[in-house]
Design a protein around this ligand. Structure first.
Ligand code: GN1
Ligand code: MG
Length: 359
């Protein structure tokens, strides 16, 4: 559905709806994003989805706390924090909608798919760099913008709940995937066993490290900065690395229905691990280093559970283009999970070899 931006929102930032050229951009499931072109400059304007982000002030709180810390300790780092409205606020609340304005970073691209392992290296390095620069920042100062977001145990409970409450017809259609989900419950137990581990600290995590959330230089695909800071909050390092494994190593997205296409591109995996570890290896604990490959399994499984749960609930969270799309997405993610298990040995030896070379 084509959305528009009301003149009041534009005016709150000093733009006129007569002179500003506004067009919808982006491919995310959650927020609505617009490019505002005012002639000599462009900006990104976003409406926050408050059904998902129930406390938009938590986002503003986290982003400004981090922006302040980075400005003080790493003044050269490019952190695209929101631009205040004319009244000085970081968000505009108009008719119960929350909007914010972001800088448009020139000469950059946000890719939807990766076509070269170098892109995986560069993107992973950017996400690693952000967490490394914030290594001394106390994640306890941040608020969870979506409580339980990457809590695998909670996601499994939600799946269980959908099984108890849900529509029998949908459960029948998803019978195989429900079995596969239950069969992999050991990943939840594994996650829980590590959660309280002293050597598994909370860190500032981005929590949405897909390739379109990093800006690369238009000319040579060098990493410039990360964007989409809504889920910048305390988390475990497996979130960011895991979501990169989930979204960078396969040539096709979660929307692909031809499961033959869902395979792991080893050179992309290797480049991504190298890019991430080039920043993070010096600060990772031994436990974290042990969990590098688990990160991928954890995130792929969690995403499969989320799509399956949403399908069983009648597709109320992820927008769909056809009725069984969330079931197809779950199938796609389960195929990717099986690939991770199948190629486990080679991927793990690659990780160990790389970590060994750093010693
Ligand atoms: C959502 O909207 P987007 O694409 O940035 C979701 C992520 C999922 C992703 C799956 C807040 O992100 O957690 O991994 O879809 N974000 C939220 O495509 O639920
Ligand atoms: Mg997002």
């Amino acid at each position: 559905m084509e959305l528009t931006v009301s003149p009041e929102i534009l005016a709150a930032y000093g733009f006129s709806s007569e002179t500003a050229n506004v067009k919808q951009i982006g491919s995310g499931h959650i927020n609505s994003t617009f490019l505002v072109d005012i002639g000599d400059r462009s900006y990104v304007l976003q409406k926050i989805n408050t059904a998902v982000f129930k406390d938009p002030c938590a986002i503003a709180h986290n982003v400004s706390a981090i922006a302040d810390d980075l400005a003080k300790n790493h003044p050269d780092y490019l952190f695209p924090a929101p631009i205040p409205a004319l009244n000085g606020e970081l968000m505009v609340n108009h008719q119960n909608e929350y909007w914010r304005l972001l800088p448009y970073v020139v000469n950059t691209v946000a890719l939807d798919t990766l076509t070269d392992p170098k892109q995986a290296y560069e993107a992973a390095k950017q996400f690693g760099k952000l967490s490394r620069l914030l290594n001394k920042f106390d994640p306890g100062l941040l608020k969870p913008t979506i409580p339980g977001f990457h809590d695998l145990a909670w996601r499994y409970e939600q799946f269980d709940f959908a099984l108890q409450q849900g529509d029998e017809k949908l459960q029948h259609m998803a019978a195989d995937e429900i079995e596969t989900a239950k069969h992999h419950h050991f990943l939840v137990s594994y996650f829980i066993s590590y959660q309280q581990h002293g050597d598994f600290p909370d860190r500032v995590m981005h929590h949405d490290t897909k390739i379109s959330n990093v800006l690369l230089s238009k000319d040579n695909f060098t990493g410039v900065c990360v964007i989409d800071l809504d889920t910048l909050m305390p988390g475990k390092f497996i979130s960011d690395l895991g979501d990169m494994i989930r979204t960078y190593v396969c040539a096709f997205s979660e929307n692909e229905t031809d499961l033959e296409q869902i395979t792991i591109r080893i050179p992309y995996f290797e480049a991504m691990i190298k890019g991430y570890l080039s920043e993070m290896a010096p600060i990772l604990t031994n436990t974290e280093k042990e969990l590098i490959l688990f990160a991928g399994k954890y995130m792929v499984y969690m995403q499969a559970l989320r799509f399956l749960t949403d399908f069983l609930n009648g597709s109320i969270y992820y927008p769909i283009a056809y009725p069984t799309q969330n079931l197809d997405r779950a199938r796609n993610q389960f195929k990717l999970l099986s690939e991770l298990f199948e190629k486990e040995k080679i991927l793990q030896s690659m990780i160990e070899e790389y970590l060994g070379n750093l010693l």
